[in-house]
Design a protein around this ligand. Structure first.
Ligand SMILES: C[S@@+](CC[C@H](N)C(=O)[O-])C[C@H]1O[C@@H](n2cnc3c(N)ncnc32)[C@H](O)[C@@H]1O
Length: 331
């Protein structure tokens, strides 16, 4: 998924930096990804460590992590996937509020794909209700739907706005592709909480922190993914059909340092790694000052080409060079 702040392209930098600090054998260690987003960091470490703890405050992210991290034994879902891919579309909440030819003409999805999303979403819920599928399969199918719907969304990148015309990739018929996860012997834990609250209840060896670094709230930028994941009923607001959303302190200039210090102070982990960049609400020095109070501090950096989506144009991305920091604390 094309996600704000995704660490997909920084995977090898992170893996090397963490191994260089902690040691190359991670097999007996507990690794926590507290701001997990797409789950890509936890997914990379899942086969290497004893246990992953994954958490994110957004529900769509919980669904992705509940599948990619929480699921660890094989599931028999081929028939269910095939059934869902052949299902007739239905005119439900997504079609009515977020689609071409819906009530509001919000062009987040083509008419066909909106109905497909409603049909598939309702069927997954019905199977859960009748216990036709296990909880693991439920999250696997939901994660598959979120990923597949995102591929045909008619947006420049995030869901803060939709495009005026249905673009080519959004005209393609949605195909439900399996959200494949890695099998492991060990179990993992997945949470859907404010990281500052969860930190009191967990402990481990490596704490990886990748909080939002600017004022863009994830809850508003990915509201449609939450709506597909929750499939609840509410009155969508305004032109973009926004729902009520969680406002993170990490996106607020005058709150972020207080929350960050509280998190570091309460962390029951031997190593803390913080990903942040040079365009963040906290400066490199502010982070250093806070982390240094709680143990041995060091810093690794890498240059990174970030692609900025232009809201009005279709995939007109501009590359900007940023410096990606990895702040390290041995507590
Ligand atoms: C930079 S993104 C993480 C990206 C992730 N590492 C990836 O590669 O996909 C930051 C994440 O923090 C989450 N978040 C924001 N405030 C939070 C909080 N207080 N507690 C937990 N998660 C939070 C957002 O929902 C978002 O998914």
């Amino acid at each position: 998924m094309n996600y704000i702040g995704s660490k997909h392209k920084l995977s090898s930098f992170l893996k090397k930096a963490i191994k260089d600090t902690v040691g190359s054998d991670l097999s007996q260690l507990v690794f926590c990804d507290l701001f997990a987003g797409t789950g890509i960091v936890g997914r990379n470490f899942k086969p290497l460590v004893k246990q992953i703890i994954a958490n994110d405050v957004e529900f769509y992210s919980y669904v992705l992590n509940r599948n990619y991290i929480g699921n660890h034994t094989s599931l028999k879902t081929q028939n269910h996937l095939a059934f869902l891919n052949n299902l007739e579309g239905k005119e439900g909440f997504i079609f009515h509020h977020y689609c071409e030819n819906g009530n509001e003409e919000r062009l987040y999805f083509s008419s066909e794909n909106g109905k497909k999303i409603d049909g598939i979403r309702q069927q997954i819920e019905a199977w859960k209700r009748t216990k036709e599928i296990s909880e693991d399969a439920y999250y696997f199918l939901l994660a598959s739907l979120i990923e597949s719907a995102d591929k045909v969304a008619n947006t420049a990148s995030v869901y803060g706005a939709y495009l005026k015309k249905i673009k080519k990739s959004a005209q393609k018929t949605l195909t439900l592709l399996p959200a494949t996860f890695t099998l492991t012997k060990n179990t993992h834990q997945v949470f859907n909480e404010d990281g500052n609250a969860l930190i009191h209840k967990i402990k481990g060896d490596i704490l990886y922190l990748d909080p939002p670094y600017n004022a863009r709230q994830y809850g508003s930028n990915y509201h449609i993914l939450n709506t597909i994941a929750k499939y609840d009923t509410f009155i969508p607001k305004g032109k973009t059909g926004l729902r009520d959303y969680y406002r993170s302190n990490y996106c607020k200039k005058n709150e972020v340092q207080i929350s960050f210090e509280e998190l570091i102070k309460n962390a029951n982990f031997n190593y803390v790694f913080l990903s942040y960049n040079n365009e963040g609400l906290m400066t490199e020095n502010e982070v250093k000052t806070i982390m240094s109070k709680y143990g041995k501090y060091s810093l690794k950096t890498t240059n990174y080409q970030r692609f900025k989506a232009d809201k009005t144009e279709n995939r007109n991305h501009k590359a900007t060079a940023t410096v990606e920091y990895l702040h390290i604390l041995e507590k």
